[in-house]
Write a protein that binds this ligand. Sequence first.
Ligand code: NAD
Ligand code: DAU
Length: 350
Amino acid sequence: MQVLVTGGAGFIGSNFLNLSVPRYRDRRFVNVDHLGYAANLANVAETAKSPNYAFVRVDITDADAVDRLFHDHPPDLVVHFAAESHVDRSIVGPRAFVRTNIEGTFNLLEACRKYWPKGRGLFHHVSTDEVYGSLGESGAFTEATPYDPSSPYSASKAASDHLVRAYARTYGLATKITNCSNNYGPYQFPEKLIPLTILNAIDRKPLPVYGKGLNVRDWLYVEDHCEAIWAVIDHGGPGRTYNVGGNNEVRNIDVVRQICRLLAEETGQREDDLLALISYVTDRPGHDLRYAIDATRLKAECRWTPQETFETGLRRTVRWYLSNKAWVDEVRSGDYRKWIATNYADRTQP
Ligand code: NAD
Ligand code: DAU
Protein backbone atom coordinates (compact mmCIF):
# COMPACT_ATOMS: atom_id res chain seq x y z
CA MET A 1 0.00 0.00 0.00
CA GLN A 2 1.28 3.46 -0.93
CA VAL A 3 0.36 6.35 1.40
CA LEU A 4 0.73 9.86 0.08
CA VAL A 5 1.07 12.36 2.93
CA THR A 6 0.75 16.00 1.85
CA GLY A 7 2.34 18.64 4.08
CA GLY A 8 4.54 16.00 5.71
CA ALA A 9 7.35 18.49 6.39
CA GLY A 10 5.08 20.70 8.50
CA PHE A 11 4.15 20.38 12.15
CA ILE A 12 1.38 17.77 12.25
CA GLY A 13 2.36 16.00 9.01
CA SER A 14 5.89 15.33 10.25
CA ASN A 15 4.63 14.02 13.60
CA PHE A 16 2.24 11.80 11.64
CA LEU A 17 5.10 10.43 9.52
CA ASN A 18 7.41 9.95 12.52
CA LEU A 19 4.73 7.85 14.21
CA SER A 20 3.61 5.98 11.09
CA VAL A 21 6.68 5.08 9.05
CA PRO A 22 8.37 2.85 11.66
CA ARG A 23 5.04 1.31 12.65
CA TYR A 24 3.78 0.35 9.19
CA ARG A 25 6.77 -1.30 7.57
CA ASP A 26 4.49 -2.95 5.02
CA ARG A 27 3.40 0.45 3.67
CA ARG A 28 5.33 2.94 1.57
CA PHE A 29 5.00 6.60 2.56
CA VAL A 30 5.52 9.48 0.14
CA ASN A 31 5.89 12.87 1.79
CA VAL A 32 4.68 15.61 -0.56
CA ASP A 33 5.51 19.19 0.40
CA HIS A 34 6.49 22.38 -1.39
CA LEU A 35 8.79 23.25 1.56
CA GLY A 36 7.17 26.55 2.44
CA TYR A 37 8.11 28.72 5.40
CA ALA A 38 6.60 26.31 8.01
CA ALA A 39 8.20 23.20 6.51
CA ASN A 40 11.45 21.68 7.67
CA LEU A 41 12.86 18.39 6.45
CA ALA A 42 14.81 18.17 9.72
CA ASN A 43 11.43 17.31 11.30
CA VAL A 44 11.53 13.93 9.53
CA ALA A 45 15.30 13.38 9.47
CA GLU A 46 15.19 10.05 11.37
CA THR A 47 12.13 8.80 9.49
CA ALA A 48 13.79 9.67 6.18
CA LYS A 49 16.35 6.89 6.82
CA SER A 50 13.62 4.26 6.46
CA PRO A 51 13.44 2.36 3.17
CA ASN A 52 9.62 2.75 3.11
CA TYR A 53 9.84 6.58 3.00
CA ALA A 54 10.35 8.99 0.12
CA PHE A 55 10.10 12.75 -0.26
CA VAL A 56 8.80 14.53 -3.36
CA ARG A 57 8.76 18.32 -3.61
CA VAL A 58 5.45 19.38 -5.16
CA ASP A 59 3.37 22.53 -4.88
CA ILE A 60 -0.23 21.31 -4.73
CA THR A 61 -1.44 24.51 -6.41
CA ASP A 62 0.30 23.25 -9.58
CA ALA A 63 -2.29 20.95 -11.18
CA ASP A 64 0.18 19.43 -13.67
CA ALA A 65 2.68 18.65 -10.93
CA VAL A 66 -0.05 16.98 -8.86
CA ASP A 67 -1.10 14.94 -11.88
CA ARG A 68 2.51 13.82 -12.45
CA LEU A 69 2.81 12.93 -8.77
CA PHE A 70 -0.18 10.60 -8.99
CA HIS A 71 1.18 9.10 -12.19
CA ASP A 72 4.66 8.49 -10.76
CA HIS A 73 3.63 7.49 -7.20
CA PRO A 74 0.10 6.08 -7.49
CA PRO A 75 -1.35 6.22 -3.98
CA ASP A 76 -3.87 3.95 -2.29
CA LEU A 77 -4.39 6.42 0.54
CA VAL A 78 -3.98 10.21 0.59
CA VAL A 79 -3.67 11.90 3.99
CA HIS A 80 -4.01 15.59 3.20
CA PHE A 81 -2.33 17.93 5.69
CA ALA A 82 -0.82 20.50 3.31
CA ALA A 83 -2.26 23.93 3.97
CA GLU A 84 -1.58 27.49 4.88
CA SER A 85 -2.38 27.10 8.56
CA HIS A 86 -1.85 30.35 10.49
CA VAL A 87 -4.90 32.55 11.12
CA ASP A 88 -2.89 35.78 11.58
CA ARG A 89 -1.15 35.25 8.23
CA SER A 90 -4.55 34.73 6.57
CA ILE A 91 -5.63 38.15 7.86
CA VAL A 92 -2.51 39.82 6.43
CA GLY A 93 -2.47 37.88 3.12
CA PRO A 94 -5.52 35.74 2.36
CA ARG A 95 -4.69 34.90 -1.29
CA ALA A 96 -2.22 32.11 -0.47
CA PHE A 97 -4.91 30.49 1.68
CA VAL A 98 -7.42 30.44 -1.15
CA ARG A 99 -4.81 29.06 -3.52
CA THR A 100 -3.38 26.28 -1.37
CA ASN A 101 -6.31 25.34 0.84
CA ILE A 102 -9.04 25.49 -1.80
CA GLU A 103 -7.31 25.13 -5.19
CA GLY A 104 -4.65 22.78 -3.87
CA THR A 105 -7.27 20.49 -2.35
CA PHE A 106 -9.23 20.68 -5.60
CA ASN A 107 -6.15 19.60 -7.60
CA LEU A 108 -5.67 16.59 -5.35
CA LEU A 109 -9.33 15.62 -5.61
CA GLU A 110 -9.16 15.90 -9.39
CA ALA A 111 -6.12 13.60 -9.45
CA CYS A 112 -7.97 11.08 -7.24
CA ARG A 113 -10.95 11.23 -9.61
CA LYS A 114 -8.70 10.64 -12.61
CA TYR A 115 -6.40 7.94 -11.23
CA TRP A 116 -8.67 5.97 -8.94
CA PRO A 117 -11.12 3.61 -10.57
CA LYS A 118 -14.38 3.18 -8.61
CA GLY A 119 -13.78 1.41 -5.32
CA ARG A 120 -10.07 2.25 -5.15
CA GLY A 121 -8.36 4.63 -2.74
CA LEU A 122 -9.23 6.75 0.27
CA PHE A 123 -8.84 10.52 0.58
CA HIS A 124 -8.47 11.54 4.23
CA HIS A 125 -8.88 15.29 4.64
CA VAL A 126 -7.32 16.86 7.74
CA SER A 127 -9.39 19.86 8.73
CA THR A 128 -10.09 22.18 11.62
CA ASP A 129 -12.77 22.95 14.19
CA GLU A 130 -12.50 26.61 13.10
CA VAL A 131 -14.93 25.87 10.23
CA TYR A 132 -17.72 25.98 12.84
CA GLY A 133 -16.97 29.57 13.88
CA SER A 134 -17.18 30.69 17.48
CA LEU A 135 -19.00 29.30 20.51
CA GLY A 136 -20.42 31.40 23.34
CA GLU A 137 -19.80 30.57 26.99
CA SER A 138 -21.30 27.06 26.75
CA GLY A 139 -21.83 24.16 24.34
CA ALA A 140 -19.50 22.22 22.04
CA PHE A 141 -19.12 21.65 18.30
CA THR A 142 -20.67 18.43 17.01
CA GLU A 143 -20.42 17.14 13.45
CA ALA A 144 -23.91 18.63 12.88
CA THR A 145 -22.91 22.18 13.88
CA PRO A 146 -23.47 24.50 10.88
CA TYR A 147 -20.34 25.92 9.22
CA ASP A 148 -19.75 29.59 10.13
CA PRO A 149 -16.06 30.40 9.58
CA SER A 150 -14.66 33.76 10.75
CA SER A 151 -11.18 34.13 9.21
CA PRO A 152 -9.89 33.75 5.66
CA TYR A 153 -8.04 30.66 6.96
CA SER A 154 -11.14 28.97 8.36
CA ALA A 155 -13.24 30.02 5.35
CA SER A 156 -10.70 28.40 3.03
CA LYS A 157 -10.67 25.21 5.13
CA ALA A 158 -14.48 25.20 5.14
CA ALA A 159 -14.47 25.47 1.33
CA SER A 160 -12.03 22.57 1.11
CA ASP A 161 -14.25 20.44 3.37
CA HIS A 162 -17.23 21.20 1.09
CA LEU A 163 -15.22 20.20 -1.99
CA VAL A 164 -14.24 16.89 -0.38
CA ARG A 165 -17.89 16.09 0.47
CA ALA A 166 -18.98 17.15 -3.02
CA TYR A 167 -16.50 14.72 -4.61
CA ALA A 168 -17.82 11.93 -2.39
CA ARG A 169 -21.45 12.62 -3.30
CA THR A 170 -20.98 13.48 -6.96
CA TYR A 171 -18.21 11.13 -8.05
CA GLY A 172 -18.39 8.44 -5.39
CA LEU A 173 -14.86 9.20 -4.17
CA ALA A 174 -14.05 7.45 -0.86
CA THR A 175 -13.38 10.26 1.61
CA LYS A 176 -13.17 10.90 5.34
CA ILE A 177 -12.76 14.21 7.15
CA THR A 178 -11.45 15.02 10.63
CA ASN A 179 -12.05 18.46 12.18
CA CYS A 180 -9.59 18.91 15.02
CA SER A 181 -9.02 21.49 17.74
CA ASN A 182 -5.73 23.28 18.53
CA ASN A 183 -2.64 21.07 18.39
CA TYR A 184 0.63 21.56 20.25
CA GLY A 185 3.85 19.56 20.55
CA PRO A 186 7.28 19.14 18.91
CA TYR A 187 8.13 20.79 15.57
CA GLN A 188 5.40 23.44 15.72
CA PHE A 189 6.46 26.60 13.90
CA PRO A 190 6.91 29.32 16.55
CA GLU A 191 4.29 31.72 15.20
CA LYS A 192 1.49 29.88 17.06
CA LEU A 193 0.62 30.71 20.68
CA ILE A 194 2.30 27.82 22.52
CA PRO A 195 5.73 27.65 20.81
CA LEU A 196 5.86 31.45 20.51
CA THR A 197 5.26 31.80 24.25
CA ILE A 198 7.78 29.09 25.18
CA LEU A 199 10.54 30.56 23.03
CA ASN A 200 9.85 34.17 24.00
CA ALA A 201 9.86 33.19 27.67
CA ILE A 202 13.17 31.33 27.26
CA ASP A 203 14.61 34.53 25.71
CA ARG A 204 12.92 36.81 28.29
CA LYS A 205 10.96 38.59 25.55
CA PRO A 206 7.38 39.91 25.97
CA LEU A 207 4.65 37.25 25.88
CA PRO A 208 1.93 38.75 23.63
CA VAL A 209 -1.64 37.97 24.72
CA TYR A 210 -4.46 39.16 22.45
CA GLY A 211 -7.22 41.28 23.98
CA LYS A 212 -7.82 40.30 27.58
CA GLY A 213 -6.59 36.72 27.10
CA LEU A 214 -10.04 35.33 27.78
CA ASN A 215 -10.52 33.48 24.47
CA VAL A 216 -10.74 29.74 24.99
CA ARG A 217 -9.19 26.99 22.87
CA ASP A 218 -9.38 23.21 23.25
CA TRP A 219 -5.82 21.84 23.21
CA LEU A 220 -4.78 18.42 21.91
CA TYR A 221 -1.27 16.95 21.93
CA VAL A 222 -0.20 16.42 18.32
CA GLU A 223 0.43 12.66 18.66
CA ASP A 224 -3.12 12.18 19.96
CA HIS A 225 -4.37 13.95 16.82
CA CYS A 226 -2.24 11.68 14.61
CA GLU A 227 -3.60 8.58 16.36
CA ALA A 228 -7.14 9.91 15.85
CA ILE A 229 -6.48 10.21 12.11
CA TRP A 230 -5.37 6.56 11.97
CA ALA A 231 -8.38 5.54 14.07
CA VAL A 232 -10.67 7.20 11.53
CA ILE A 233 -8.81 5.77 8.53
CA ASP A 234 -9.00 2.27 10.04
CA HIS A 235 -12.42 2.32 11.71
CA GLY A 236 -14.36 5.38 10.50
CA GLY A 237 -17.39 5.03 8.27
CA PRO A 238 -17.14 5.88 4.54
CA GLY A 239 -17.86 9.53 3.81
CA ARG A 240 -18.04 10.30 7.55
CA THR A 241 -16.80 13.37 9.38
CA TYR A 242 -15.28 13.15 12.88
CA ASN A 243 -14.56 15.93 15.35
CA VAL A 244 -11.29 15.50 17.26
CA GLY A 245 -10.61 17.28 20.54
CA GLY A 246 -8.74 16.96 23.81
CA ASN A 247 -11.43 18.01 26.28
CA ASN A 248 -8.86 20.56 27.46
CA GLU A 249 -10.57 23.94 27.33
CA VAL A 250 -8.16 26.61 28.55
CA ARG A 251 -8.25 30.45 28.40
CA ASN A 252 -5.27 31.87 26.53
CA ILE A 253 -4.01 33.75 29.58
CA ASP A 254 -4.00 30.49 31.54
CA VAL A 255 -2.08 28.72 28.75
CA VAL A 256 0.59 31.41 28.99
CA ARG A 257 0.66 31.24 32.81
CA GLN A 258 0.95 27.45 32.72
CA ILE A 259 3.89 27.68 30.33
CA CYS A 260 5.59 30.14 32.71
CA ARG A 261 5.10 27.72 35.61
CA LEU A 262 6.39 24.68 33.70
CA LEU A 263 9.36 26.58 32.31
CA ALA A 264 10.23 27.80 35.80
CA GLU A 265 10.04 24.21 37.10
CA GLU A 266 12.14 22.88 34.22
CA THR A 267 14.85 25.58 34.34
CA GLY A 268 14.94 26.80 37.92
CA GLN A 269 14.00 30.35 36.91
CA ARG A 270 11.62 32.38 39.07
CA GLU A 271 8.04 31.95 37.86
CA ASP A 272 7.21 35.58 38.79
CA ASP A 273 9.97 36.87 36.52
CA LEU A 274 8.44 34.96 33.60
CA LEU A 275 4.88 36.05 34.44
CA ALA A 276 6.07 39.65 34.40
CA LEU A 277 6.78 39.24 30.67
CA ILE A 278 3.05 38.91 29.85
CA SER A 279 2.02 41.77 27.58
CA TYR A 280 -1.59 42.39 26.52
CA VAL A 281 -1.70 43.48 22.86
CA THR A 282 -4.33 44.54 20.32
CA ASP A 283 -6.85 41.80 19.64
CA ARG A 284 -6.99 39.71 16.45
CA PRO A 285 -9.74 40.99 14.10
CA GLY A 286 -12.67 38.55 13.99
CA HIS A 287 -11.18 36.66 16.94
CA ASP A 288 -13.32 33.59 17.76
CA LEU A 289 -14.19 33.58 21.46
CA ARG A 290 -14.29 29.89 22.23
CA TYR A 291 -13.84 26.44 20.68
CA ALA A 292 -14.91 23.19 22.33
CA ILE A 293 -15.24 19.76 20.80
CA ASP A 294 -17.77 17.00 21.30
CA ALA A 295 -15.74 13.95 20.23
CA THR A 296 -18.42 11.39 21.11
CA ARG A 297 -18.67 10.05 17.55
CA LEU A 298 -14.92 9.49 17.25
CA LYS A 299 -14.71 7.76 20.62
CA ALA A 300 -17.76 5.56 19.98
CA GLU A 301 -17.09 4.55 16.37
CA CYS A 302 -13.29 4.53 16.22
CA ARG A 303 -12.30 3.56 19.78
CA TRP A 304 -9.99 6.57 20.24
CA THR A 305 -8.98 8.19 23.51
CA PRO A 306 -6.26 10.82 23.92
CA GLN A 307 -3.21 9.76 25.96
CA GLU A 308 -1.90 13.14 27.13
CA THR A 309 -3.49 15.60 29.54
CA PHE A 310 -2.75 19.29 28.91
CA GLU A 311 -0.28 19.25 31.82
CA THR A 312 1.69 16.19 30.61
CA GLY A 313 1.62 17.21 26.94
CA LEU A 314 2.66 20.78 27.69
CA ARG A 315 5.56 19.60 29.88
CA ARG A 316 6.75 17.33 27.06
CA THR A 317 6.49 20.28 24.68
CA VAL A 318 8.40 22.70 26.94
CA ARG A 319 11.14 20.07 27.36
CA TRP A 320 11.30 19.52 23.61
CA TYR A 321 11.83 23.21 22.83
CA LEU A 322 14.40 23.48 25.63
CA SER A 323 16.43 20.57 24.29
CA ASN A 324 16.24 21.30 20.54
CA LYS A 325 18.06 24.62 20.34
CA ALA A 326 19.62 23.89 16.94
CA TRP A 327 16.16 23.29 15.42
CA VAL A 328 14.86 26.49 17.02
CA ASP A 329 17.80 28.60 15.85
CA GLU A 330 17.47 27.34 12.29
CA VAL A 331 13.72 27.89 12.18
CA ARG A 332 13.96 31.35 13.71
CA SER A 333 16.25 32.63 10.98
CA GLY A 334 15.01 33.69 7.54
CA ASP A 335 11.32 34.18 6.88
CA TYR A 336 10.36 33.82 10.55
CA ARG A 337 12.38 36.85 11.55
CA LYS A 338 10.80 38.92 8.75
CA TRP A 339 7.26 37.86 9.77
CA ILE A 340 7.78 38.71 13.43
CA ALA A 341 9.43 42.05 12.62
CA THR A 342 6.71 43.11 10.17
CA ASN A 343 3.61 41.82 11.90
CA TYR A 344 4.28 41.18 15.57
CA ALA A 345 6.82 43.84 16.55
CA ASP A 346 4.75 46.97 16.90
CA ARG A 347 1.56 45.88 18.60
CA THR A 348 0.01 48.41 20.89
CA GLN A 349 -1.84 47.71 24.08
CA PRO A 350 -5.67 47.76 23.84
P1 NAD B 1 1.98 23.75 9.10
O1 NAD B 1 1.81 25.13 8.58
O2 NAD B 1 2.95 23.48 10.19
O3 NAD B 1 2.35 22.77 7.90
C1 NAD B 1 1.74 22.84 6.65
C2 NAD B 1 2.62 22.14 5.65
O4 NAD B 1 1.97 22.21 4.37
C3 NAD B 1 4.00 22.78 5.49
O5 NAD B 1 5.01 21.81 5.50
C4 NAD B 1 3.92 23.48 4.15
O6 NAD B 1 5.16 23.58 3.47
C5 NAD B 1 2.95 22.57 3.41
N1 NAD B 1 2.30 23.31 2.31
C6 NAD B 1 1.69 24.52 2.40
N2 NAD B 1 1.29 24.91 1.18
C7 NAD B 1 1.64 23.93 0.32
C8 NAD B 1 1.51 23.78 -1.08
N3 NAD B 1 0.95 24.72 -1.84
N4 NAD B 1 1.98 22.64 -1.65
C9 NAD B 1 2.57 21.69 -0.89
N5 NAD B 1 2.73 21.79 0.44
C10 NAD B 1 2.27 22.90 1.03
O7 NAD B 1 0.50 23.31 9.51
P2 NAD B 1 0.02 22.23 10.58
O8 NAD B 1 -0.26 22.92 11.84
O9 NAD B 1 0.92 21.07 10.54
O10 NAD B 1 -1.39 21.83 9.94
C11 NAD B 1 -1.52 20.72 9.07
C12 NAD B 1 -2.99 20.55 8.70
O11 NAD B 1 -3.76 20.34 9.88
C13 NAD B 1 -3.61 21.78 8.01
O12 NAD B 1 -4.46 21.32 7.01
C14 NAD B 1 -4.39 22.46 9.12
O13 NAD B 1 -5.49 23.16 8.59
C15 NAD B 1 -4.82 21.27 9.93
N6 NAD B 1 -5.08 21.53 11.37
C16 NAD B 1 -4.12 22.14 12.12
C17 NAD B 1 -4.34 22.33 13.48
C18 NAD B 1 -3.31 22.98 14.37
O14 NAD B 1 -3.62 23.27 15.54
N7 NAD B 1 -2.10 23.21 13.92
C19 NAD B 1 -5.55 21.89 14.05
C20 NAD B 1 -6.52 21.30 13.23
C21 NAD B 1 -6.26 21.11 11.89
O1 DAU C 1 -8.54 25.24 16.22
C1 DAU C 1 -7.66 24.68 15.30
C2 DAU C 1 -6.74 25.74 14.74
O2 DAU C 1 -5.84 26.09 15.78
C3 DAU C 1 -5.98 25.29 13.51
O3 DAU C 1 -6.89 25.02 12.48
C4 DAU C 1 -4.98 26.35 13.07
O4 DAU C 1 -4.21 25.87 11.98
C5 DAU C 1 -4.07 26.67 14.23
O5 DAU C 1 -3.19 27.73 13.87
C6 DAU C 1 -4.87 27.06 15.46
O6 DAU C 1 -5.51 28.35 15.26
P1 DAU C 1 -5.55 29.46 16.41
O7 DAU C 1 -5.75 30.78 15.79
O8 DAU C 1 -6.48 29.07 17.49
O9 DAU C 1 -4.03 29.30 16.98
P2 DAU C 1 -2.96 30.37 17.45
O10 DAU C 1 -1.87 29.61 18.11
O11 DAU C 1 -2.61 31.35 16.40
O12 DAU C 1 -3.76 31.16 18.59
C7 DAU C 1 -4.28 30.49 19.72
C8 DAU C 1 -5.00 31.53 20.58
O13 DAU C 1 -4.02 32.41 21.14
C9 DAU C 1 -5.94 32.43 19.79
O14 DAU C 1 -7.06 32.73 20.59
C10 DAU C 1 -5.13 33.69 19.53
C11 DAU C 1 -4.22 33.77 20.74
N1 DAU C 1 -2.87 34.35 20.51
C12 DAU C 1 -2.13 33.91 19.46
C13 DAU C 1 -0.86 34.42 19.23
C14 DAU C 1 -0.05 33.97 18.05
C15 DAU C 1 -2.36 35.28 21.43
O15 DAU C 1 -3.05 35.65 22.41
N2 DAU C 1 -1.10 35.75 21.21
C16 DAU C 1 -0.33 35.38 20.14
O16 DAU C 1 0.81 35.90 19.98
